[in-house]
Design a protein around this ligand. Structure first.
Ligand code: ZN
Ligand code: ZN
Length: 154
């Protein structure tokens, strides 16, 4: 038994491990201090740059308080919570991502300032088979090579 006690002191896992978190039974956590991620989100908040500080046992376990809960929810400090990213900004970011896929050529990864005919060409015009033909034809006429084109682009 002595050896076990020494282990408890030496093993670091007890310092930052789950076993250290206070565990609250369902509906017993101080709702003015702690909230789950879902509760924070409902209040327009998100965890403010810190890890969970406690755990909440699930509703079902309130009927069997001695069983180990397998549906523990993390609890975060409300006083440290930060406002969620405003919806408009999140929407803008999503729109911009959608726009980026429509304006970025999957072949050369260049982003254009207009929507590419990805459904028909599948790439920007210079990357499309016809575009390459036209360009090669064009370059031959002008006596240019691809190195010249690269220099222009850079
Ligand atoms: Zn449970
Ligand atoms: Zn391209």
């Amino acid at each position: 038994m002595e050896g076990q006690d020494e282990n408890l002191v030496d093993v670091d896992v007890y310092d930052d491990g789950i076993s250290r978190f206070p565990e609250y039974a369902w509906n017993s956590a101080p709702t003015d201090l702690l909230a789950t991620r879902r509760q924070l989100r409902a209040a327009g908040l998100r965890p403010g740059g810190h890890g969970p500080v406690a755990q909440l046992r699930c509703r079902r376990c309130s009927y069997q308080p001695h069983a180990a809960c397998t549906h523990l929810a993390w609890l975060y400090r409300i006083d440290l919570a930060k406002p969620k990213i405003p919806m408009t900004l999140a929407k803008e970011a999503a729109l911009d991502r959608a726009m980026a896929t429509r304006t970025t050529c999957p072949v050369c990864q260049v982003r254009f300032d207009y929507c590419l005919p990805l459904k028909t060409l599948g790439s920007c015009w210079p990357c499309s088979p016809e575009g390459i033909q036209t360009r090669e034809h064009h370059d031959r006429e002008l006596g240019r090579d691809t190195a010249g084109t690269t220099a222009l682009a850079a």
